[in-house]
Design a protein around this ligand. Structure first.
Ligand code: FAD
Ligand code: NAI
Length: 464
């Protein structure tokens, strides 16, 4: 009898299993694919970041190293090698999970898991063998899948989702992306840098899923447009067809029927929870109207002994959040105090410039009637950003007008994804803008822009 069977070995499931192992639980983690790591390691965060880094190096060598007085000639793309490097990074990391399972006493099992009853999980392996696992508790961490778009059928060659766009074997001449969200902007950036013409068709009048701070969204759109990405906003895609390797996408924009032709089409319009053939009906566990499994603050579902974390539950679909939920869920099973503060979860888009945020946007604060002060500081006045030749962007901090508590922070600029960590910790600790302003920040670093933005909340920036 297991103490816990985890279904799914993505960041939610595999981290939960490791924590359970650390706490002395007898734990198994079942994964239907041959490697552990889930979407994030196999076809998500890691391969996309590998390509973002490589393509940025290529663009820098071609267009920006000259500004440093470093003249390089004959810069060439070896796409096969770039893709191979990405695969090697993924391979190393997924192997690492098998090692971590062993180290922490987690039994990793490959096969499709079906819940038979509250205490039984059946696993059907690729080898045709069936295993029955008896367990005290079940944790569902089955993640998510791309949302399909009616009228646009993926053929996995010309019309693809994010997984296909991580492995094009040649640089598209013209890549059309449906959806100006995180996937569209990150993968659109990769292929633009490598030489493709990129057009993004978005349903909303804004990019970044309409969720970003308004100043950030405006600068992001301007910068990506300057880089060469073309946007068709406020546009409803009506269909796509492939003929002799050419894709035609049709869409309606301001009452007009339009179409574009391209050689590759990427659909990135969001993801939905994945619970197919999981056997939820066997335990009477229903999903909500959007397919998510609802849980309480300890990640308990409505069925006793059955828990859920990660993309399969409502909330942002982020790897670090899935991990955090997995840890808290297992710690609560062991009566250890733990919680996830959803206000303090950072969100990063790994484009160039990077975009990062934590907490509320100005628009959300206004809507909630919260009085706040905003401090904003540009990377242009920062010595390190100048040395990097990377000065586009700013840090914006929003603090409660009366208490000065930080309610939100928004960064667009170099290494925004790393810089947001300090502000996420400040939000978690209920810190104030004054706390950041009075903390020592090394010189010359990009982090000084965070400090200046905190000083700007009180109207006293020192260098701008
Ligand atoms: P998943 O990682 O989806 O793992 C679920 C696992 O469960 C899968 O391996 C699946 O095979 C398995 N499974 C499902 N059903 C069964 C079953 N019945 N039996 C056995 N196994 C089953 N997030 C970030 O925070 N940062 C990023 O930079 C980032 N980049 C991304 C880039 C892309 C292209 C994509 C697609 C996503 C990205 N994400 C990123 C999102 C991130 O990948 C997810 O939020 C994260 O993987 C969710 O973890 P999870 O454990 O809930 O689910
Ligand atoms: P998304 O929700 O970020 O963006 C989808 C975009 O598609 C939105 O702007 C939406 O308005 C638009 N859209 C929806 N339907 C449309 C239609 N019919 N026509 C045109 N546009 C349409 O979703 P995305 O980019 O697919 O990413 C899925 C999830 O994966 C995200 O929610 C994110 O959590 C995660 N992810 C995270 C990353 C990160 O943290 N850096 C990177 C990539 C993915």
């Amino acid at each position: 009898m297991y103490d816990l069977v985890v279904i799914g070995a993505g960041p939610g499931g595999y981290i939960a299993a490791i924590r359970a192992g650390q706490l002395g639980m007898k734990v198994a983690c079942v994964e239907r694919y041959p490697t552990f790591g889930g979407t994030c390691l196999n076809v998500g965060c890691i391969p996309s970041k590998a390509l973002l880094e490589s393509s940025e190096r290529f663009e820098e060598a071609r267009h920006h190293l000259g500004d440093h007085g470093v003249d390089v000639e004959g810069v060439k793309l070896d796409l096969e090698k770039m893709l191979h490097r990405k695969e090697e990074i993924v391979g190393g990391l997924v192997q690492g999970i098998a090692f971590l399972f062993e180290k922490n006493g987690v039994e990793g099992i490959h096969g499709w898991a079906t819940i038979k009853d509250r205490n039984t999980v059946e696993v059907n392996g690729d080898d045709g063998e069936t295993k029955t696992l008896e367990t005290k508790r079940i944790l569902i961490a089955t993640g998510s899948k791309p949302i399909p778009l009616p009228g646009v059928e993926l053929d996995k060659e010309r019309i693809v989702d994010s997984t296909g766009a991580l492995e094009f074997d040649e640089v598209p001449e013209h890549l059309v992306v449906i959806g100006a969200g995180v996937i569209g902007l990150e993968l659109g950036s990769v292929w633009r840098r490598l030489g493709a013409k990129v057009t993004v068709i978005e349903y909303l009048p804004k990019i970044l899923g309409g969720r970003a701070d308004k100043d950030v969204e405006r600068l992001a759109k301007r910068t990506f447009s300057k880089q060469g990405i073309e946007f068709e906003l406020d546009a409803k895609v009506t269909g796509a067809s492939v003929d002799d390797g050419e894709v035609t996408v049709t869409f309606e924009q301001k009452g007009e029927e339009k179409s574009l032709t391209c050689d590759r089409l990427l659909v990135g319009i969001g993801r939905r929870p994945f619970t197919e053939n999981l056997g939820l009906e066997n335990i009477g566990l229903e999903t909500n109207d959007r397919g998510f499994i609802e849980v309480d603050e300890h990640y308990k579902t409505s069925v006793d002994g059955v828990y859920a974390v990660g993309d399969v539950i409502p909330g942002p679909m982020l790897a670090h959040l899935a991990e955090h939920e997995g840890v808290v869920c297992v710690e609560r099973m062991n009566d250890i105090a733990g919680h996830v503060n959803y206000e303090a979860v950072p969100d990063v888009v790994y484009t160039h410039p990077e975009i990062a945020s934590v907490g509320k946007t100005e628009e959300e604060l206004k809507e909630a009637g919260v009085e706040y002060r905003a401090g904003k500081f540009s990377f242009k006045a920062n010595g390190r950003a100048r040395a990097l030749n990377d000065t586009e962007g700013f840090v914006k901090i929003l603090a409660d007008k009366e208490t000065d508590q930080i309610l939100g922070a928004h960064i667009i600029g170099p290494r925004a994804g790393d810089l947001i960590a300090e502000l996420a910790v400040a939000v978690e600790f209920h810190g104030s803008a004054e706390d950041i302003a009075r903390s020592s920040h090394a010189h010359p670093t990009l982090a000084e822009v965070v400090k200046e933005a905190a000083l700007a909340v009180d109207g006293r920036p020192l260098n701008g």
